[in-house]
Structure formats: C-alpha cells, structure tokens
Design a protein around this ligand. Structure first.
Ligand code: BTN
Length: 242
C-alpha cells in the first residue's frame, strides 16, 4: 500500500477525489490521495471536517477488499482504527478507540477521525475509500475536546513520516485480515475501546446506565441494558458525559 501517492496542495475532499479516480478507473488498491488543504472535508454523520492547511494529516487510501462480504464492512473499520491507535500509542499510552471510528485521548479529547466509503458488488465488497484525518501539528486548544500530537508532546512532526507509519501499520493489519485473523484483530480493537466492559451512561432516546460488551459482526455496538443485550447502529445511541 502507498506505492502510489497523489499529493494535492488543495482539493475539496480527498475522499471525493478518490471516488472520482475510481469512477474513471484511474485508481487501484493502495493508492493514496494526500492533501494540505481540503475546502469541503467530510466528517462522519454528514459533518464537515476542517483543519488548518498544512498542519495535519489529511488523506484517503484506496483499498479493494474483494475478499470481504458486504456484511463484513466493519472489519475494515476495525483494522483502520486499530492501526491508527497502534501508531499513536507509540507517542502516548492514553489513547483509546471510540466506537465506531474515532481515536481519543483519555483526558484531552479527539485526535483522529475515520470516514470509510465503500462500494459493493452484490454480496461482496468492491472498493473502499479510507479517509483519515489526524491532528498532528495544529494547536487545537481553542477547539473543545480536541487535541493534536503537538498539544501532547510539544513537538512538531513531519507529516510524511507519520503518513508512512500509518500506512505500514494499516498494511500489516490488512494482511492479517486477509489471512483470516479477524478474531485477533477484533480482540485488540475491543481491548483498546473506550469504556469497554465499564458502566457508563448512554442515551437511546432514554438515558440509561449500561455496559459495552462488544461489537457485533455487523459493526453494531452491543450494550447490556438492564440485563438484556441490545445492538445499536451508529445513529441509534449516544455516549453521555464524554
Ligand atoms: C470524523 O471524525 O468525522 C471523520 C473525519 C474524516 C476526515 C477525513 S480527512 C481525509 C478524508 N477526506 C474527507 O473529506 N474526509 C476524510
């Protein structure tokens, strides 16, 4: 992965750019679109993703996980989040994964977000655009509950070096996924998941105290709610008090 990198000084969104390349059949597995500035960066839930130009890592990686069925899409999210977590863990031991797609620092807030856009071919995955935004050198202190590596360590980093580390890690775990090591990957994802097996407050329309007991094969969050196990999609549950 990452043998071919397209660097753009500016674009709307690296995910959109990748989508266009795929449509024109000008992209294949492993290609990376990397930019210094997005004018219409996309976040999860239809949100915007904006960061100061040139300061943070903003890229999309194209994968063709044709070995995955369409109901296994979440496996890829786990691989990507775990890989980002593994790289960040080299800088600070207090990062956690927040289901489904964020990386947070236990005390200071969010450092990275992932937006994966898949296209399917009947029962199988066809291509995936893995969009990653990671706060590296920007001072995020004015933004509530956000931080960068710079905020944490006081150092600045070469974005290309961090990019390479991330891509190496994703490649390694992607190979493991291909080899069928999903259970091990899932266990590592859970081990580093925020509040896994701990009591906390949620809202699914009503506020309740529950415990995350896992993530289903379909990627839904499994929560023990008063003794019964419920599964929740992305928009169906909120964490409270974070
Ligand atoms: C989120 O936490 O809401 C996900 C953020 C994902 C942002 C990245 S930046 C590179 C790629 N291109 C986009 O337009 N979005 C993703």
């Amino acid at each position: 992965l990452g043998k071919e990198i397209i660097y753009l000084t500016e674009c709307h969104s690296t995910n959109e750019y990748a989508q266009q390349l795929l449509r024109q059949k000008e992209a294949g597995e492993g290609m990376i679109i990397f930019t210094d500035k997005q004018t219409k960066g996309k976040g999860q839930r239809g949100n915007r993703w904006w960061t100061e130009p040139g300061m943070n890592l903003t890229f999309s990686l194209i994968l063709e996980p044709k070995f995955l069925r369409s109901n296994q899409q979440f496996d890829l999210n786990m691989v990507v989040c775990l890989s980002i977590w593994e790289v960040l863990n080299q800088y600070d031991p207090n990062f956690v994964i927040k289901w489904p797609n964020d990386i947070l620092h236990k005390t200071h807030g969010k450092i990275a977000g992932v937006l994966i856009e898949n296209s399917l071919q009947s029962q199988w995955m066809e291509s995936s655009i893995v969009g990653i935004g990671l706060n590296v050198n920007q001072d995020m202190q004015i933004i509530p509950r956000a931080l960068s590596l710079f905020n944490l360590t006081g150092e600045t980093y070469d974005l290309w070096v961090i990019l390479e580390k991330l891509v190496q890690r994703i490649e390694w775990n992607y190979i493991r996924l291909k080899r069928g090591e999903i259970r091990l990957l899932r266990n590592s994802y859970l081990k580093n998941l925020l509040n896994y097996q701990q009591r906390q407050l949620f809202s699914d329309g009503e506020v309740f105290e529950g415990v995350i007991i896992g993530v289903g094969e379909d990627g839904k969050l499994l929560v023990d709610k008063g003794g019964s196990i419920r599964s929740y999609g992305f928009k169906e549950i909120q964490y409270i008090g974070l």
